[in-house]
Write a protein that binds this ligand. Structure first.
Ligand SMILES: Nc1nc2c(c(=O)[nH]1)N[C@H]1C(S)=C(S)[C@@H](COP(=O)(O)O)O[C@H]1N2
Ligand SMILES: [Mo]
Length: 382
């Protein structure tokens, strides 16, 4: 008895360990698959939702952890040889949060998707071993982003015609890989894309950006792999010579047979589809099911979606729920009445406005990016 009291007292006196969460928001098991520093949305969490992915279930891809940023002392610093008279960080043009709020605002409804989304299917469907987070199809989300056009900020900072690349950099901790310090997350973006439709967003779905999605400011680079959309931006270099970073030269690049020796760059995302249905969902035999799903492409809006409920032997057109947006996704539904109990494979195959569609298999690349093949979604009819 005295022992127990003593132990209790000791435990109470111990300082609580400081556990810094890598992702700040709650990750309920019904909404997310937890991958450590990353969390993917469960697709069944979109059933009955509207067009946008609510912040509580938007996927999070963090190289390290979500930083907590004090917005009052935070500044955006813009500098480099591509600007007039601000070559170095020390002479950067700075913008406060309020400065950005005072600039003309724009909104865009756009997909952000990780280039590694679907990576698991290289292994499960094609028997290919690839490193990295074994995402299913939930490293994607559509939100209404509001902020300032990057072009507006660059022009105010003194952009010149000589500029070729911009390099936004995050304020999250340095990223280490195999013991090497790769520095802060950053990736060059050509000036042409920076000026066309890239947004510096401070709102997501009508609210200030959540900490995990880049508060106070992130890039939104529509159509491009998610890594281009740098979160927690602290500085942007603007250069008259091409810039490189590990995030375009080593990581987020296509290597392997069939690709050039130095690898092929990743820019836009490819065509994909997902059912708003649990993996291994159970459905009732002899009852009509209304299956829902969404398809998207970095190449433009979705023209049509075909669905197979017999493992790819026959296909029929899904019924669109909305016309779909260029930079976001198209929702669809299809009726299905499975008569007999047993295992079934559901598949969806979308085609975008450019005619690009989803192949039966995806060409292998060493790091498992851009899986665009038709995914076999298992369900059990009982
Ligand atoms: N600063 C910073 N920006 C970042 C990342 C990061 O780890 N740090 N991850 C990138 C990657 S790989 C993706 S896919 C998207 C994910 O955005 P989300 O976490 O808001 O869903 O953010 C990108 N921007
Ligand atoms: Mo990513």
């Amino acid at each position: 008895m005295p022992q127990r009291v003593a132990r209790h007292a000791f435990r109470g006196a111990r300082p609580a360990p400081i556990v810094k969460p890598r992702i700040v928001k709650p990750l309920p098991a019904g909404l997310f698959l937890d991958h450590g520093t990353n969390a993917e949305m469960r697709w069944e969490a979109m059933l009955g939702q509207g067009y946008l992915v609510p912040a509580d279930r938007f996927f999070v891809r963090n190289h390290t952890r979500t930083p907590v940023i004090d917005v009052d002392s935070w500044r955006l610093r813009v500098f480099g040889s591509g600007l007039r008279g601000t070559p170095s960080l020390a002479r950067a043009v700075t913008f406060s949060y309020q400065d950005l709020l005072n600039l003309p605002a724009e909104s865009v409804t756009a997909v952000i998707e990780c280039a590694g989304n679907g990576r698991r299917f290289f292994t499960s469907q094609q028997n290919e071993t690839v490193p990295g987070t074994p995402w299913m199809l939930g490293a994607v989300g559509v939100a209404r982003w509001r902020g300032v056009r990057l072009s507006t900020v660059l022009e105010r900072a003194g952009l010149t015609r000589a500029a070729v690349d911009v390099l936004p950099q995050g304020l999250d901790p340095h990223y280490y890989e195999s013991g090497a310090d790769l520095g802060r997350v950053r990736r060059p973006l050509p000036v042409a894309k920076a000026l066309s439709d890239t947004l510096l967003a401070y709102e997501m779905n009508g609210q200030p950006l959540p900490p995990d999605n880049g508060f106070p400011l992130r890039l939104v680079v529509p159509g491009w792999a998610g890594v281009a959309s740098i979160k927690w931006v602290g500085q942007i270099e603007v250069s008259r010579t091409p810039l490189v970073s590990p995030w375009d030269s080593q990581l987020y690049r296509l290597f392997g047979t069939g690709y050039p020796d130095g690898g092929a760059p990743i820019t836009t995302q490819i065509v994909k589809s997902a059912f708003e249905l649990a993996w291994n969902a159970r459905l009732a035999a002899g009852q009509e099911q209304l299956l829902h799903g969404r398809s998207w492409s970095g190449g433009g809006s979705i023209r049509q979606v075909e669905v197979s409920t017999d493992g790819g032997r026959s296909w029929r057109l899904a019924q669109p729920i909305d016309p779909g947006l260029d930079l976001a996704w198209r929702r669809w539904q299809v009726r299905w009445r499975p008569e007999h109990p047993g295992p079934y494979t559901l598949q969806a195959r979308a085609t975008d406005v450019t005619g690009a569609t989803q192949p039966a298999t995806t060409p292998y690349n060493t790091m498992g990016y851009l899986f665009g093949g038709v995914v076999s979604h298992p369900v059990t009819v009982i």
